[in-house]
Design a binder for this molecule. Structure first.
Ligand SMILES: Cc1cc2nc3c(=O)[nH]c(=O)nc-3n(C[C@H](O)[C@H](O)[C@H](O)COP(=O)(O)OP(=O)(O)OC[C@H]3O[C@@H](n4cnc5c(N)ncnc54)[C@H](O)[C@@H]3O)c2cc1C
Length: 472
């Protein structure tokens, strides 16, 4: 693929881009190209773009889009490079790598943070916690702010403070025709609606502005681990508790395998376990009382739920999900958690083909559900739970077994699946999945926005909203 486009990518033209831009432009013959190709998900690391442009600001982004359009190269946009479906790289195209743009500025008076388009959550948490502030970020701190927020953003603060996209106040966006526009409720309100859940379909965000909240520095947080045979009781208790829990707490049940961490008794390492994991961002004593039931649902193997710095819970599972791991997710929104599904999940947990096969049942509701469905492109806010089958593996040979297992977990939820899903948890790039994930009404509105901002689908390596042909 790279060879076919090499003639189009004449050195003189790349040279021009190098002279006008401030960031590096790397082709396969450049030193550093191999490293520049690397993305978080090892399953997509084999791709070889024709050019990787490491942008240092909006001007570089504008130049890179112009270059790609004039040379007819497909564009892959990269923030934190965590895309499960592999959108942050491509074969033979141009990667617009925003990772040098990771500056974060906090205004403690207005409780706002401006965040570079290539920052990761560790960058944001580091700066905001200096003022005892935070906004909803990811469960792993190396996840990019960009893809995470634009898809929605499910995190530990969401039931109290909303999804990441609900805290997005404004964005600077470079559009497909190379214009830098501001999107907020006051300017281009339709665009900011689409950026709150519609993914990278409408342009490249060079700067995000987020609302911040007082959080921590200590929160009541962490996991309680139980033996796998307690999974059924745990899921029943979780289901009955989740709907009435106050907004302060956000929790999930994780059916997993005990990692070899010193905090878990050695005899459990590598064995199937169930975990209740929660973050209560209210007063610490409130957190303790909110989780009391989970201390008696079964005998814990390890109870690590207690007061801890917010930044510790935000980085707690980072070592398990490191760059280079192969990964595949599949997810669905649930209308409920019935006994049949609980039984199937506990069986599938025991049948998991590897130690990094996890079944996550996220508690939704709270502030997420109080935003009306038409207020943002992220929809179906009334769903009580999100089911996510998360897999990671090192040996390429076991990849298909992991993908099949994830698909069977989601297949098991057929009766209580709403048929829709959170786009950031979809490991396949599938136009029909994107369409059904948003639902008919929201999808139609997204198409109208795409027609306006990107009618030739310049930004198509994403859960794609296909523009409608003018004569359609
Ligand atoms: C280990 C791990 C943990 C995760 N945990 C969570 C979690 O807790 N909650 C959750 O909701 N999701 C989670 N996810 C999913 C995550 O939200 C998506 O993978 C998301 O796309 C990651 O964003 P990124 O910027 O790192 O990705 P990238 O791969 O860099 O980008 C993915 C796509 O997003 C778009 N994009 C990224 N940045 C920009 C930008 N600045 N402007 C325009 N478009 C942009 C582009 O279309 C790009 O192709 C997790 C993923 C992984 C791998």
């Amino acid at each position: 693929m790279t060879q076919t486009i090499a003639p189009v990518l004449g050195e003189a033209t790349v040279q021009e881009l190098r002279e006008t831009g401030r960031g590096e432009s790397l082709t396969p013959s450049d030193e550093g190209y191999a490293e520049a190709c690397r993305v978080w998900n090892g399953a997509h690391d084999g791709r070889r773009p024709a050019l990787v442009v490491r942008c240092t600001g909006a001007a570089d982004v504008i130049a890179a889009i112009g270059f790609a359009r004039s040379t007819h190269l497909p564009i892959a946009v990269r923030g934190g490079a965590h895309s499960i479906a592999g959108f942050s790289t491509c074969d033979g195209g141009l990667v617009i790598d925003l990772s040098p743009m990771k500056g974060v500025r906090v205004d403690p008076e207005t409780r706002r943070a401006t965040v570079g388009g290539g920052a990761v959550w560790a960058d944001v948490d580091h700066e905001t916690q200096a003022y005892g502030l935070a906004t909803t970020g990811g469960l792993v701190s190396s996840t990019g702010v960009g893809g995470f927020t634009l898809g929605g953003g499910i995190g530990w603060l969401m039931r109290r403070h909303g999804l990441a996209c609900d805290n997005l106040v404004a964005a600077d966006v470079v559009t497909a025709d190379g214009r830098l526009v501001r999107a907020s409720e006051a300017e281009n309100a339709d665009l900011v609606w689409g950026l709150r859940g519609g993914g990278g379909n409408f342009g490249i965000v060079t700067q995000f502005e987020f609302e911040l909240h007082a959080v921590g520095p200590m929160v009541y947080a962490g996991p309680i681990f139980y033996a796998a045979d307690a999974a059924r009781e745990l899921l029943h208790a979780f289901r009955d508790w989740a709907g009435d829990a106050p907004d302060e707490i956000t929790a999930l049940v994780d059916l997993t395998t005990a990692p070899p961490l010193p905090v878990i008794p050695a005899e459990w390492h590598g064995k199937k376990v169930a975990a209740f994991i929660a973050v209560s961002a209210g007063p610490l004593d409130m957190g303790e009382s909110l989780v009391a039931d989970f201390r008696t649902v079964a005998e814990p193997i390890a109870d690590l739920l207690g007061p801890m710095p917010y930044q510790v819970i935000q980085t707690l599972i980072d070592p398990l999900w490191q760059k280079g791991l192969n990964s595949y997710f599949k997810a669905t929104n649930l209308s409920g958690l019935d006994d049949e599904l609980i039984d199937r999940l506990t069986e599938l947990h025991l049948a998991a083909p590897g130690p990094q096969c996890e079944i996550h049942v996220h508690q939704m509701g709270g502030a997420v559900a109080r935003v009306t469905d038409d207020a943002t492109a992220f929809t179906e806010r009334s769903m009580p739970f999100v089911l996510n089958a998360v897999t990671g593996w090192h040996d390429a040979e076991v990849g298909s077994a992991h993908r099949d297992w994830a698909r069977s977990v989601i297949g098991a939820a057929e009766n209580v699946s709403t048929g829709r899903a959170y786009v950031n948890f979809l490991g396949d790039a599938d136009a029909d999945a994107a369409r059904s994930s948003y639902g008919h009404q929201t999808y139609a509105r997204l198409v109208a926005l795409k027609n306006e901002h990107d009618p030739s689908n310049v930004f198509r390596l994403n859960q794609n909203i296909e523009p409608q042909a003018a004569d359609a």
